[in-house]
Design a protein around this ligand. Structure first.
Ligand code: F6R
Length: 613
């Protein structure tokens, strides 16, 4: 959840840390801090600066009173234990200020560890779970004759939980880091080394990276790095070349990452689909080694927006491949004792590949013998290392907290998966397969069209008209019922307007009571088998004086008469329409939040990657 950066080399560490933390602020922004070693090896000291609030607070202070030094660690926090204030901000230091740590994750047994440490005279300053790590490492450091690596290793042997931890000591020109569950990447430069919780923090300096695995430790010094496991055995880890450039992770001229990512969708979708669809033969090639005939049911598991992509997937797979599918929110899946067997294919969907609920649900499914497949964006992420097979969506780095391009790429990947399964299982003939492949191939162009300036301008006007509403309702049917859920989620997370998404036919069983002249109701009523039924639902809203914002296919003037406002979207095959319709939902949410002056890239209380349960 939190962002981590570390540096050792010849540059001023402060510059590297502040710029790296800027790239990671989406991970958490309750507070930020840095620690920079003064004076090099032996007898040195470490200066710590930390501040509550966004990184700008800390950066301002560092600009006014810079810290000099070429070894340092930095952190942006997303609070789990203790309020977001200066004291609870990382880094945390021992009482003598010699050992300094930053931590991402949760130490589950911290209360027991803390009680023990306190009884042995350690004085704690913060309310965090992380501070125990500093004190525990100090104890081990004293026991091991001042061996920092060994101290960290022994301390972690007593820790239960999730961590990406980075440690330094005033008297050693080295950084020691380790990870379990929480991600950590090493960046390798010319005579310099970097550490980060995510790749974007490194891209301005190097594209040579080592993705550390669960249970890895790494020691960084001026003469290079070495990786070991937690038992102290040396490990070989490959240096990989990352092809994202720094520009791809920047805002690229847009006001916000979210808007940039909305506009990146035609490219993201091209990357998702490219090389995988073969219209001539009606085949889909996904480079998946799993045998599509070897399972009898599918369990889709995900959180948030990815879960809604899973709901679209359920519809598509059942329709096309005729396999029973169930979809679970990952945090529920683990604890409901799901019926899983070797004939189950568990599909996890995740942008980050790090969401702890999804990761743990994946482990649960594996435990019962399920085959596992991931629909994942982040290369090298924790999930990808535990899955039997991964279908990368290739949407590129997504920085905006509200997921946009990853969602449409996930939905497109689920469509490809449904087609692949259907073809392999003989439930889809070649003619219909070709028709659907063609529709999928059209997606980048249709989304490009959906982003035409006049359409965007119109959605902006509609958003502004209703921006001061207290509540919103979103309705959709069939394959677009999840689009309504996603529309409501997007709106509430960035504009803070209360919004509900419902299957349109379900409205009369409850939510209809909410309808009055102050309630905008977005109805997704694009071309489909169920369009007439959806329009009946529109009439029900109108009859109760609700304000209807209808999302219609281009040219549908007939149904426009039932609506107060219409958002036209390019005509698309019903099976691919959730992708095109989602773009309208994203823009509506975006311009509503913008009209209300909200910080869409950093919505309150949210974090991009949720690595705590
Ligand atoms: C909403 C959003 C979240 C994520 C959820 C899962 O816009 O981004 O709901 O979809 O936290 O994240 P991943 O896909 O990284 O597992």
């Amino acid at each position: 959840m939190c962002g981590i950066v570390g540096y050792i080399g010849a540059r001023q560490a402060q510059d590297v840390l502040v710029s790296g933390l800027g790239k990671l602020e989406y991970r958490g922004y309750d507070s930020a801090g840095v620690a920079i070693q003064q004076g090099g090896s032996g007898g040195g000291s470490i200066e710590v600066r930390k501040k509550a609030g966004k990184l700008a607070n800390l950066a301002g202070e560092l600009a006014a009173h810079p810290l000099s030094g070429t070894l340092g660690i930095g952190h942006t926090r997303w609070a789990t234990h203790g309020l977001p204030n200066d004291t609870n901000a990382h880094p945390h230091a021992t009482e003598d200020g010699k050992i300094v740590i930053i931590h991402n994750g949760i130490i589950e047994n911290y209360l027991t560890l803390k009680a023990g440490l306190q009884s042995r005279g350690h004085v704690f300053r913060s309310e965090t779970d992380s501070e125990v790590l500093a004190h525990l490492i100090e104890e081990k450091y004293n026991q091991t004759g001042s061996n920092l690596y060994e101290a960290v290793r022994l301390a972690l042997g007593e820790v239960r939980g999730a961590y990406g931890i980075v440690v330094t000591h005033a008297d050693h020109r080295e950084i020691v880091a380790a990870r379990t569950v929480s991600p950590l990447v090493l960046g390798v430069g010319e005579g310099e080394l970097f550490l980060a919780s995510d790749v974007p923090a490194l891209l301005a300096y190097t594209r040579q990276v080592v993705f550390l695995h669960d249970g890895d430790m790494v020691v960084l010094g001026d003469d290079g790095f070495r990786v070991t496991d937690l038992a102290g055995n040396s490990l070989q880890r490959h240096i990989e070349q990352i092809d994202w450039d720094a520009e791809a992770a920047e805002k690229g001229g847009y006001d916000t990452y979210m808007l940039k990512e909305i506009y990146e969708q035609p490219v993201a979708l091209t990357n998702t689909l490219i090389g995988r669809l073969h219209d001539d033969s009606g085949e889909v090639n996904l480079d998946i080694n799993l045998d599509p005939g070897s399972f009898k049911r599918i369990s889709i598991i995900a959180c948030g927006t990815a879960y809604y992509a899973g709901l679209v997937g359920e519809y598509l797979i059942e329709q096309l491949a005729r396999i029973p599918v169930e979809v679970d929110v990952a945090s529920e899946y683990r604890y409901r004792e799901p019926l899983v067997s070797e004939a189950t294919l568990a599909i996890v969907i995740s942008q980050s590949g790090e969401t702890i609920d999804t990761l743990e649900a994946l482990r649960e499914a594996k435990k019962f013998g399920a085959k596992t497949l991931g629909v994942i964006n982040a290369k090298g992420s924790s999930m990808t290392r535990e899955l039997d097979d991964t279908l990368y969506i290739h949407a590129g780095p997504e920085i905006g907290v509200a997921s946009t391009k990853a969602y449409t790429s996930m939905v497109s990947a689920m469509l490809m998966l449904a087609l692949w399964l259907a073809r392999a299982r003989g439930t889809l003939d070649e003619t219909r397969a070709r028709e659907l492949l063609h529709a999928a191939r059209e997606l980048p162009r249709l989304v490009e069209e959906a982003l035409a300036p006049e359409r965007v301008e119109h959605i902006k006007k509609v958003a502004e008209k209703y921006a001061h509403s207290r509540d919103y309702l979103f309705l959709g049917r069939g394959v677009n019922a999840p689009t309504a859920l996603e529309g409501a989620l997007k709106l509430k997370e960035i504009s803070y307007i209360h919004a509900e998404g419902y299957a349109a036919g379900e409205m009369k069983h409850g939510p209809i009571a909410l309808i009055d002249a102050d309630l905008p109701v977005v109805v997704i009523a694009t071309e489909s088998r169920l369009l007439e039924k959806t329009i009946s639902n529109v009439q029900e809203v109108r009859a109760r004086a609700g304000k209807v914002i209808a999302v219609l296919s281009d040219g549908d003037t007939e149904n426009a008469q039932h609506a107060d406002d219409v958002i036209y979207v390019p005509r698309a095959h019903e099976m691919v329409s959730p992708v095109v319709n989602a773009v309208a939902m994203q823009l509506l949410a975006y311009f509503t939040a913008a009209a209300l002056g909200k910080d869409v890239d950093k919505p309150r209380n949210l974090a991009k990657s949720v690595t705590v349960e």
